[in-house]
Design a protein around this ligand. Structure first.
Ligand code: CA
Length: 368
């Protein structure tokens, strides 16, 4: 902590004095430090949980790396590795924690085995939408809680945006009542999977690349993935008859940009600022991309007319919501850190939801 403060102070001082030094070079030592800092170069590796250039999430990781490299004029170059190229996808967090890669790009619920409470920074069933969680992270104390949670692992974190409100998924049988969930074999990871299990279904965990074949061969009856943009990209509309909404299991999935703490502390302040700004840039672009592309691919699905797009009946959502509460309350009861985060999360969700209900939601309903 002391070393960091010292470096931060030195950095700010050096920048301020370097400005004067151009006119009145009175402090040679400071000018030398500033020059050494600006010429030092850093080469970082970014490991990701995404297939190479996967549309949206994967391309956003690439855009982040390129933005940092370009904005720093190559003083900090970031090279991206797709899932499996350097390490398997679910090893991203461990790799950044160990310092074998300086940077990671993924979703926090993939490392729930190491940090169970991290799931609040990924997606929570019946939890916050992208606009709500962004407000919580930046102005409701969410980022501070996230950084505190990762501190013991030597990792600092930024948000990389959100994949948008997801769809409930693809089904080859109608879901008319909670009874229809019983015996349903569905690809659905994380807390959503636990919820389905309590409703009588069988959750299956499959990486994205295996979903199409599992649906085609009937080894699963249903699957969720993301939304129209990524789902049509995988061809899921060819292997299912019904596309249900809303995405109760992931009302929004927050992307995580993790950075090894020592690598972060070693950067001069101006390069840290470039990294921060680049994270903010890709964050805002990703949300826009998912809304634009999801809308475009939804229209395509409607025009093709082969599949039926349906809303889950209220009775099904009521059942799933009740089980979600149980699952989350049990998680919170066994993990003190999760309890603190949950308290912040739920209080914020309640407050921001009240606003968005008479704000955005009412405005959308009113124009119909
Ligand atoms: Ca999903």
């Amino acid at each position: 902590m002391k070393r960091r403060e010292l470096l931060a102070g030195l950095g700010a001082g050096a920048v301020a004095l370097a400005g004067c030094a151009r006119e009145t070079p009175r402090d040679g030592a400071v000018a030398t430090v500033a020059a050494a800092k600006s010429s030092e170069t850093f080469n970082w590796k970014m490991v990701t949980t995404w297939p190479p250039n996967f549309p949206g999430t994967g391309t956003s990781a690439t855009e982040l790396a390129e933005t940092i490299t370009r904005a720093s004029s190559g003083r900090l170059t970031v090279r991206v590795f797709a899932a499996g190229e350097l390490v398997p996808p679910f090893e991203v967090f461990n790799t950044v924690s160990a310092g074998a890669a300086e940077m990671g790009h993924g979703v926090s619920y993939y490392w729930k085995a190491q940090v169970e409470a991290a799931q609040f920074f990924g997606a929570i069933p019946f939890g916050m939408t992208p606009a709500e969680s962004s407000a919580w992270l930046h102005f409701g104390g969410g980022m501070e809680l996230w950084r505190e949670l990762y501190e013991p692992f030597g990792v600092t974190v930024f948000t990389g945006g959100n994949t948008g409100t997801q769809m409930g998924g693809w089904f080859n049988r109608e879901i008319n009542s909670p009874e229809d969930l019983k015996g349903l074999k569905m690809r659905i990871p994380g807390l959503g999977g636990e919820v389905l299990q309590r409703a009588g279904g069988t959750p299956v965990m499959l990486p994205g690349g295996e979903i199409y074949t599992a649906m085609q061969t009937g080894s699963v009856d249903a699957t969720e993935w993301v939304g129209p943009y990524n789902d049509v990209g995988f061809g899921l509309h060819e292997v299912a008859d019904y596309y249900y909404y809303p995405g109760w299991q992931e009302p929004g999935a927050i992307l995580e940009i993790s950075i090894n703490r020592q690598a972060w502390d070693a950067l001069p302040e101006d390069l840290q600022d470039i990294v921060k700004s680049a994270c903010g840039y890709v964050e805002s672009r990703l949300g826009a991309e998912y809304n634009a592309r999801n809308a475009q691919f939804l229209e395509q699905l409607r025009n093709e007319g082969r599949i039926e797009i349906r809303r889950f009946p209220d009775s099904v959502l009521d059942e799933l919501r009740a089980h979600s509460r149980e699952v989350i309350e049990e998680l919170v009861a066994r993990d003190e850190k999760a309890a603190r985060i949950y308290a912040s999360y739920t209080a914020f969700q309640q407050q921001v939801g009240e606003w968005l209900d008479i704000g955005e939601r009412a405005a959308i309903v009113a124009r119909r």
